[in-house]
Design a binder for this molecule. Structure first.
Ligand SMILES: Cc1ncc(COP(=O)(O)O)c(C=O)c1O
Length: 407
């Protein structure tokens, strides 16, 4: 079963928008295009349901039901209970709130582990726990390859460690970490695992139940949805951590880590992400299935398609002496988020790609720690070329042609 790229692109109005015609988008890791069901739901909410939700008049009831629907369907796709999934303004704000909860929950003498492979969102808020007297330990990447070796994690764990925060996939190294194996190591040591899935989820929503993460975070706006952060917090941990919401909401798991009122319209519109995944499933697979199986099937479709497009790009950049590819050169080991250290400024290289119709960016992508650890010249930064399953083979070919002119 192969992904029908024409069907996929027809679900994204951006591909028919005049200002974007002729532009090949390679900054998807910064934020994806939005799928039509999300745009339609957002429009409907703002035109028909933009009232305080959950009151007994129709517009309000429908608005509240749509918000519940979003949580219920996304949670089912990810193999968790509905109230284990909640929304916040962004992943960075979600980790910030969670870190406040851990600061209250941890006891003097406790330790936590962070990596230097993470985006700052899943690093800085945790590192600040050290200022509250908790011991910080750093799980470090290999400076050449960017690899996070689970064997190194084992040497850091002992019975003081409460939390290990690590990425499913770094937004510059691109390597997919073996989350299930790492969570097992973490649990065997009596700690909990907080996984940043922001760079992974756009390539297929994972079954968090199967991965075993206690916390799994991702950003809807990079996953074809509106500008929201989504967090899965498994029940046992979520009810044990101190409530960060209003005191009277303390028994409601999905409200415990959302101190402010949620963005109703965007939460409701997130149900469109589930519509999109269901539509992909229905188009490619005969018959019905449980939501988590549908999620897994669509995940596998996306991954297989992306890997096929990615390998020629990896082969091309690996063969260039003037370019350093960060992370693995095999598509099956990574996401199609390809960061390149160049001999020139990455920002200037991105600017030179723009006239070729290539939308890309250079910089640090808030991943200063991994880039510095890998010895990247931070005055030049990295050129990041990231794509997803709606990218066509023709666009990747065009990218390679443009790179040939610019690099
Ligand atoms: C891997 C990763 N984690 C976290 C974030 C932060 O997400 P948000 O913008 O939702 O705070 C990003 C954003 O670029 C990211 O790439």
């Amino acid at each position: 079963m192969n992904l029908d790229i024409d069907f996929v692109r027809a679900q994204f109005p951006a591909f028919n928008a005049a200002p974007l015609t002729g532009q090949a988008f390679f900054e998807n890791a910064g934020g994806s295009y939005t799928c039509r069901p999300v745009i339609d739901r957002l429009f409907r909410f703002y035109t028909e349901r933009k009232v305080q939700p959950y009151a007994p008049y129709a517009a309000s009831t429908l608005g509240g039901q749509e918000m519940d629907e979003a949580r219920m369907r996304l949670a089912a796709l990810m193999g968790v209970d509905t109230d284990e999934l909640s929304f916040g303004p962004s992943t960075t704000q979600n980790t910030y709130v969670l870190a406040q909860a851990f600061a209250q929950w941890m006891r003097p003498g406790d330790a936590f582990i962070v990596t230097n492979q993470d985006h700052e969102a899943n690093s800085g808020p945790w590192r600040r726990l050290a200022e509250r007297g908790f011991e910080m330990r750093e799980w470090k990447i290999n400076p050449e390859t960017g690899y996070l070796d689970p064997a190194d994690l084992m040497t850091l764990l002992d019975d003081k460690v409460r939390l290990v925060a690590f990425p499913h996939c770094s937004n510059v190294v691109g390597e997919i970490n073996d989350v299930a194996a790492i969570c097992k190591i973490v649990h065997d040591a009596g700690a909990v695992a907080c996984v940043d899935g922001v760079s992974y989820a756009p390539h297929g929503l994972p079954d968090v139940g199967q991965l075993g993460a206690d916390i799994y975070l991702f950003s809807a706006y990079k996953t074809y949805g509106p500008h929201q952060g989504i967090m899965v917090i498994r029940r046992e941990l979520g009810m044990a951590l101190p409530n960060q919401g209003h005191h009277f909401n303390g028994d409601i798991l999905y409200q415990r880590f959302t101190p402010a009122g949620p963005d109703h319209a965007q939460v409701a519109a997130s149900a469109g992400m589930a519509d999109y995944i269901d539509a992909l499933y229905a188009h490619h697979v005969d018959g019905d299935a449980a939501a988590a199986s549908k999620g897994a099937a669509v995940h596998d479709l996306m991954r297989a398609y992306e890997q096929e497009l990615l390998q020629p790009l990896l082969d091309y950049v690996s063969a260039k002496n003037s370019v350093r590819l960060l992370g693995p050169d095999r598509a099956e080991r990574r996401a199609p988020t390809v960061a390149l250290a160049l001999q020139v400024s990455a920002g200037e290289a991105a600017a030179q790609l723009a006239p070729h119709g290539i939308m890309a960016e250079g910089g640090d992508f808030y991943a200063l720690r991994p880039l510095e650890a890998m010895g990247v010249d931070m005055t030049k930064g990295v050129l990041r070329l990231s794509f997803v399953h709606y990218t066509s083979k023709g666009e990747v070919d065009r990218l390679i042609e443009a790179l040939d002119q610019v690099l």
